[in-house]
Design a protein around this ligand. Structure first.
Ligand code: COI
Length: 355
């Protein structure tokens, strides 16, 4: 795509939030990016416009059949005043994998990255710089055609919005408590679990609300068929350090292929930490706990970064991990990932994009 991105600046810039008190996803910047799609035209009319509610037909297919996908990445301001994005090419590849599964047309990833860069430049003054904060970038695509027939929509909108954020969990780097979900299912192989599709998150909400009432931050999903193997947390992938080895569920068609997950795997391999991607049952975790070998548990995600887990609850069993404190490896991974993302550590892997 080579169409020029038009820019219409706001005449009413908003008030910036207190960057010591951002929480996650509550504030939005002054502008957003929009691009339309029609099956006869392809993607067209890319534009940056003032952030505002959009008008959509109530019959738009996204409301009825859930054709909606999204992405998440973070922008940081470096000490030299440049903007840094972490592996945006990986997000674009995943967006197109999600599109393909949901019957949504492919996007030109390089063009969308250019649009994101331009949007961030326009709203650069919104990038928070306090420790632990960043500008969260949320690209998403929705089916906009008014039609109640079940088929792929003929029209779509791709939008990008920006949100200055703090830590995803209100506890920050304090380890979270997680409930292993034994009744509900998030996704099953052959379904849409590997896609970053809105519907996967809708499927997770009921169990998450139940877990919250019991004092847990999130749920850990098990496989849909045997209710035995660890999948993911829903807002993050999950890693276990057992007897010096790090184990994470393999990519199996029902869990999300996280960009932070893959970066952590690379770092661990480079550091010489034994690491395995494989099927991992909840019984194996419980046995490791009983034997005193469950050393660390942490989640990985763009929003979550590295989030240590201090307690796992499975049926009648409560497993405390590392005395409820962040482990050494989790801390090292957090420092390394955030160091690379903020430009404080030198990027030797070509993971960052600065502009
Ligand atoms: C992300 O980590 O970017 C996500 O999209 C997870 C979401 C639940 C906030």
């Amino acid at each position: 795509m080579s169409e020029e991105i038009k820019v219409q600046l706001t005449t009413k810039p908003g008030e910036k939030p207190d960057s010591n008190n951002l929480s996650f996803g509550k504030y939005f910047t002054d502008h957003m990016f929009i691009m339309d799609y029609h099956k006869d035209k392809g993607w067209y009319d890319p534009r940056i416009v003032p952030y505002a509610p959009i008008v959509i037909d109530p019959a738009a297919m996204v409301f009825h059949y859930g054709q909606a996908v999204f992405e998440g990445m973070k922008a940081y301001l470096t000490d030299s005043g440049k903007v840094l994005l972490f592996r945006p090419d990986q997000n674009m590849k995943r967006l197109n994998r999600s599109n393909d599964r949901l019957g949504i047309p492919e996007v030109d990833g390089e063009f969308v990255i250019e649009a994101i860069k331009k949007l961030i430049e326009v709203d650069k003054s919104w990038i928070p710089t306090e420790k632990g904060t960043s500008l969260y970038v949320r690209p998403f695509i929705i089916a906009t055609e008014p039609c109640l027939g079940v088929r792929s929509s003929y029209t779509y909108q791709l939008m990008v919005i920006l949100s200055p954020v703090g830590a995803y969990y209100s506890s920050g780097l304090e380890p979270v408590k997680i409930n292993v979900e034994s009744s509900y299912t998030r996704a099953v192989r052959g379904g849409i679990g590997f896609a970053k599709a809105a519907g996967n998150y809708a499927a997770s909400i009921k169990a998450q609300e139940n877990a919250k009432k019991e004092g847990y931050s999130q749920v850990l999903w098990l496989d849909a068929i045997e209710k035995k193997y660890i999948e993911e947390v829903g807002s993050m992938n999950i890693f276990f350090k057992i007897g010096g080895k790090v184990i994470t569920p393999e990519i199996n068609g029902s869990i999300l292929e996280g960009v932070t997950r893959s970066s952590v795997l690379t770092l661990l391999q480079e550091w010489g930490v034994p690491v395995e991607e494989r099927k991992l049952s909840i019984e194996e975790i419980y046995d490791a706990y009983k034997e005193g070998n469950l050393e660390e548990v942490f989640g990985t995600g763009t929003a979550a970064v590295i989030s240590p887990v201090g307690e796992l609850h499975w049926n009648e069993h409560t497993m405390e991990v590392n005395n409820g404190e962040i482990g050494e490896l989790s801390q090292k991974l957090y420092d390394t990932i955030t160091g690379l993302q903020s430009g404080h550590l030198q990027d030797t892997r070509n993971w960052t994009m600065t502009f």
